[in-house]
Design a protein around this ligand. Structure first.
Ligand code: SF4
Length: 608
């Protein structure tokens, strides 16, 4: 079924995602850059600003504009950044300076003579004047900006979702800006950027007057405000802040929180209330809150889409608590599965802290996990009066179904891990993935649909969740070979942990008998050294494992896009595409911003 109105999902043949390094040339002269920037402004003035441009649309328009200028696609990345900046210019300019975040790259610093030190939130510029960072930072701070000399969109998104800033102005190289487009622009967050003149990572340069113009831009609120998911993201995160958590889902036992009893640990708590206190403390810690975001966003898409409008925050404040509780229940199940997973894998850290079983002991952790499961069901069952008995039944049924499937997937993984065979076909691994990740997506989407009203045929939800969930899991496997310092995760952790990954299955399929025997021997050793890990990586590479896995991600992405193309409701279709583009983008390590040092931003230093 071809989409009704939008060019958003026009019937263009799906392009395979590709290496973009050859599209990252910067136009050589200032005159050339000025000319192209004017073209971008002209084009952006004619664009419909009511909703964010998708990445495909941004690329298409940038290509067209380059063609009209008689220039080749090598400048595509640069054009896309300038086109996006022109698109958002009026909306960034309408945001007060003190509600803007200004991002500077540390590679602008004077590499040989810079006296500045690095700390948790980036480079602490001493404003010695040896490079332009001092000028830009001083001007921006004088105007009231929050300034960070750091990179990486996960930090930026966390600061946006934390609700302290409403727009971003940044200077960065095209590699960093490419990732920012994925995460920030698609979410509809007003953002402008000036690309660096090179991606050399040392002593780089930039069009300084462009940066100053961007910092100083200020104007009246534009007529049209672009739809944005930022209000829904904030709502999903804020629901788990201790005060809001207690307001929407008041504690039954009450009494001291774990934080309040911290001096005396759980010993300082009423034993009857202790389990609840530990559970609520864990609920308010960490995570992207993507599942509650999905439920709220689906509900919003089917009830008029007001939460994505400019005054979305006011509308979200009116969403009944019963709707929010259902959105919370999915996250509560997710947290329960994390507690149990960490015990099953004996993981040491979660959210940069010791895992629950390491803190309180395995028996207590198992019990808190069970408590969270019960709480997940009760967050829905108690709202029969508001949601209606049928809706509550349907949602509870879907949650129970998801819970059982997740346990089947986890069970299959645990049994494989403890088996001696280590035999696994790619299909086996994909089945485990479909059971392990898809049900949570499915339950989150279905709950949003059902909260909005009766659902005739929800089969597309299961298909979409399966394709997205499997692609997400394979991408996780590929990222596993990238390591993650912040969460203290080692590269190749899945081989260490003996997880049944599709990479392992593809390796068994793609190697000869001798190599297979060597792989199994290394895996059986339990103690892997950097040498043996490197050997595993070499065998994987020779067997084409990483390429095959990347192609599988593309296949499942395309299938998810085909399901999205079949959706009539444009807001829901857009949301599905947004989920595909954000869930399946190459993940960066989840660095925790210690933002206390940002001028004008006073936040408690707790790991969230
Ligand atoms: S101005 Fe700041 S960043 Fe630049 S060299 Fe001096 S201390 Fe380093």
């Amino acid at each position: 079924m071809i989409a009704d109105s939008g060019s958003f999902t026009g019937a263009e043949p799906k392009k395979k995602r590709r290496d973009t390094s050859r599209f990252k040339q910067v136009p050589e002269t200032l005159e050339m850059r000025e000319g192209l920037r004017l073209r971008c402004r002209d084009v952006a003035d004619k664009l419909d600003k009511s909703r964010p441009l998708s990445k495909d649309e941004l690329e298409k328009i940038a290509r067209l504009t380059l063609e009209q200028a008689g220039l080749s696609e090598v400048y595509l990345g640069w054009m896309m950044v300038n086109l996006a900046s022109a698109f958002w210019h009026s909306q960034v300019a309408a945001v007060p300076f003190e509600r803007r975040l200004f991002l500077l790259p540390h590679c602008l610093k004077h590499a040989e003579g810079c006296p500045a030190e690095y700390d948790d939130f980036g480079l602490d510029c001493r404003k010695c004047g040896a490079c332009t960072i001092a000028d830009f930072r001083t001007r921006a701070e004088d105007l009231g900006y929050k300034v960070l000399v750091a990179e990486g969109s996960p930090i930026v998104l966390k600061i946006i979702v934390s609700g302290y800033v409403d727009a971003i102005c940044g200077v960065a190289c095209l590699n960093v800006l490419e990732k920012a487009i994925d995460k920030i622009l698609l979410a509809g967050i007003p953002c402008m950027a000036v690309p660096l003149l090179s991606s050399d990572c040392r002593n780089t340069g930039v069009d300084e007057r462009w940066v100053m113009d961007m910092i100083e831009t200020r104007q009246e609120a534009p007529a049209v405000k672009t739809k944005s998911y930022v209000h829904l993201m904030r709502a999903a995160a804020q629901m788990f802040e201790p005060t809001e958590l207690d307001r929407v889902a008041p504690r039954v036992r009450g009494g001291a929180t774990l934080a309040e009893a911290n001096g005396h640990g759980v010993g300082g708590l009423d034993p009857i209330a202790a389990t609840e206190a530990i559970a609520y403390d864990f609920l308010s810690k960490g995570g992207k809150h993507s599942r509650p975001f999905i439920t709220l966003a689906v509900y919003d898409a089917l009830t008029g889409g007001q939460a994505t409008a400019a005054n979305g925050a006011e509308f979200i404040a009116q969403i009944p608590a019963a709707i929010k509780r259902t959105a919370m229940s999915i996250e509560t199940f997710h947290k329960a599965s994390l507690v149990h997973d960490d015990i099953e894998d004996d993981d040491q850290f979660r959210y940069g802290e010791a895992t629950m079983h390491r803190k309180f002991g395995t028996p207590t952790a198992i019990n808190v996990g069970d408590y969270l499961i019960g709480m997940g069901y009760r967050l829905v069952s108690r709202d029969k009066a508001t949601l209606g008995a049928d809706a509550v039944c349907d949602i509870l049924d879907r949650l129970a179904d998801a819970h059982m499937k997740l346990s089947e997937g986890q069970g299959a993984e645990l049994l494989w891990r403890d088996s001696l065979q280590k035999q696994l076909t790619p299909l086996d691994a994909l089945k485990i993935y479909a059971l392990k990740t898809a049900p949570a997506f499915e339950a989150a989407v279905y709950s949003g649909l059902r909260l909005a009203g009766p659902v005739q045929d929800a089969s597309f939800v299961g298909q979409f969740a399966r394709h997205l969930g499997v692609a997400f899991q394979i991408l996780n496997d590929l990222n596993d070979w990238r390591g993650d310092d912040h969460n203290k995760l080692l590269a190749g952790g899945d081989v260490l942990g003996g997880r049944p990954t599709v990479l392992w299955a593809l390796a068994l399929e793609g190697t000869n008998d001798a190599q297979r025997a060597e792989l199994k021997e290394i895996c059986a050793a339990k103690q892997l050294t950097p040498t043996t890990l490197a050997r595993v990586k070499k065998l994987y590479t020779e067997a084409g494992v990483f390429d095959k896995a990347a192609r599988l991600v593309e296949k499942y992405r395309q299938r998810a896009e085909e399901v999205a193309d079949g959706i009539e409701n444009e807001d829901l279709r857009r949301l599905f595409y947004y989920l595909i583009d954000t869930v399946l983008e190459k993940a960066e390590p989840e660095a925790e911003p210690n933002v206390v040092g940002i001028q004008g931003l006073q936040l408690p230093v707790v790991s969230r």
